[in-house]
Design a protein around this ligand. Structure first.
Ligand code: NI
Length: 206
């Protein structure tokens, strides 16, 4: 299971300890979840995903119900991400191109974990760089916290300086394939090459 740790904490200071504890906890939780997922579906009582209320790139309210009838391929990240998010979303865009007609059944969604900086206009512009199907979503701090919790996404602000924008976001990096009924189908590894990702999706999407 991959983590997107955009920047290592500065040596020393209490921040480093807390970051290390947080990361260890997250890896434990994510690791457990991943094991359960990959060993044959989610056990009873474990849910992934759920209803969400967010905003699209035009600032209009959008909910999970707006995507019923299509598969959602959900990724959580942030637009200032220096590496992992753009790499993953490029692979998604290429995988969609390779999928052929089945790509029309899938809606790739990018949900920011950095709503303070990622306004609707910012996520719209960012998502547009990854093909015509990709839709960027944002929301209030509370709305993002709710949807991230439902999808079992770990994210944390990591300070890099004293200014308000001096931070990066650590976040888990997994793609979630949700069915046309909104239910979780499978995690898709975010570090796969585009052909591999397309092959995985082709098997799961009818
Ligand atoms: Ni990232």
């Amino acid at each position: 299971m991959s983590m997107d740790t955009d920047e290592t904490p500065k040596a020393g200071g209490p921040g480093r300890l807390y970051a290390a504890i947080g990361l260890a906890m997250a890896l434990l939780l994510i690791g457990t979840g991943a094991y359960m997922w990959f060993s044959g579906g989610t056990p009873a009582g474990i849910t992934v995903g759920g209803p969400f209320a967010l905003q699209n790139g035009d600032g209009k309210p959008v909910s999970d119900k707006d995507f019923r009838g299509k598969y959602m391929l959900v990724y959580f990240g942030y637009t200032y991400c220096p590496d992992v998010c753009p790499t993953t979303l490029n692979a998604v865009a290429d995988a969609m191109d390779k999928l052929g007609p089945k790509a029309d059944r899938i809606r790739p969604l990018f949900i920011t974990v950095d709503p303070k900086r990622d306004s609707p206009a910012v996520v719209k512009q960012f998502a547009a760089a990854f093909g015509p199907r990709m839709e960027g979503l944002t929301g209030s701090v509370e709305q993002i916290a709710t949807v991230a919790k439902e999808y079992r996404v770990y994210y944390a602000e990591h300070r890099t300086g004293p200014g308000p924008d001096d931070y990066t976001m650590d976040h888990s990096s997994v793609l979630y394939l949700m069915g046309p009924d909104g239910r979780f189908i499978a995690p898709i590894r975010a570090d796969m090459a585009a052909d591999q990702m397309a092959a995985s999706l082709a098997k799961l999407v009818s």
